[in-house]
Write a protein that binds this ligand. Structure first.
Ligand SMILES: Nc1ncnc2c1ncn2[C@@H]1O[C@H](COP(=O)(O)OP(=O)(O)OP(=O)(O)O)[C@@H](O)[C@H]1O
Length: 275
């Protein structure tokens, strides 16, 4: 059975709790304001009218400035968020590499956490028992299997999360940035596994700011701005469309102007007394 993703007219509103401006003139009045003012709830639209179609073989890049809605769209596609409007149809098993630490229990042991996370991924106890040795080996945590998660370093926890999340090949892979954290040895291992999983996936949706990697991996690109699709098409065109957005911002123009001045000064053309 072939896999696909079909999102049509997706909109997402989220509740946002806003606290009145508490900037006060004195420490006491700040304390008083903090104690008495209550945040009020308002709804915010973070995705609007987003449509996307991906078929087998597609590798879709999600592009957009910080806060454009890329991670939120990945969460909607993964099923973690229910859209407020529109529909999402997905055929095929999904693996979301969005938050490696999600679902961990600090007081449970490493071994127990493997079972907890694997259950959340839909694996049976038997399947997890079969995968356990390779997960511990990949994460380098064999000697810590019975230690509480709380005593692991953040790098060790990240290794464990990565090892569990990528232990099984899925049809559809949803990723937020190409994985690149950890010490040098682990990064090499993780990169090799990611490459393998991407090759083995029928569909990949990947949010990233790394144009070179996106050109190598993806055939399609979807550009989001303020939660709306501004472009969807071949990756090179999508990257150009995204560049056009951020190159039109005043911040980008100001930075380019500063860089031009610095270059001219370095080349000895900069003002001075001309002598
Ligand atoms: N649960 C939430 N409640 C309220 N606002 C949220 C929530 N999740 C995301 N947002 C807001 O939605 C917007 C989009 O966030 P999102 O994380 O999807 O952006 P992004 O494109 O992935 O950004 P980045 O490139 O910085 O990772 C942001 O303004 C963010 O503050």
């Amino acid at each position: 059975m072939s896999s696909y993703i079909l999102a049509q007219g997706v909109g997402l509103d989220v509740p946002n709790y806003v606290t009145a401006d508490r900037s006060a003139k004195s420490f006491l009045s700040t304390l008083l304001a903090a104690a008495t003012s209550r945040p009020h709830r308002e709804f915010r639209t973070i995705l609007e009218d987003v449509s996307l179609e991906a078929r087998e073989g597609d590798r879709v890049a999600l592009l957009g400035r910080n806060g454009a809605g890329k991670t939120t769209l990945l969460r909607v596609l993964s099923g973690a968020f229910q859209p407020t409007r529109g529909t999402v149809e997905v055929r095929g098993s999904r693996q979301a590499l969005l938050n490696l630490g999600l679902g961990f229990h600090q007081e449970a042991t490493v071994r127990e956490n493997v079972f907890l996370r694997a259950a959340a991924m839909g694996l049976s106890g038997r399947e997890t028992a079969g995968l356990l040795p390779s997960i511990l080996e990949f994460s380098g945590l064999e000697s810590c299997a019975n230690h509480r998660l709380a005593v692991l370093s953040s790098g060790q926890r990240m290794r464990l999360g990565f090892a569990i999340s990528t232990s099984v090949q899925h049809d559809i892979m949803l990723m937020d940035e190409w994985f690149g954290a950890g010490d040098a040895e682990f990064v090499d291992k993780a990169r090799a596994r990611m490459t393998d999983r991407v090759r083995g996936s029928k569909i990949v949706v990947l949010a990233s700011h790394n144009f070179q990697m996106l050109r190598e991996v993806c055939n399609l690109g979807l550009v989001l701005d303020f939660g709306r699709v501004v472009h969807f098409g071949p990756i090179r065109e999508a990257i150009d469309a995204y560049k056009a957005i951020y190159q039109s911002t005043p911040e980008y123009r100001a930075r380019r102007a500063r860089q031009a001045v610095t270059r001219r000064l370095a080349a000895g053309e900069g003002g001075g007394d001309g002598g």
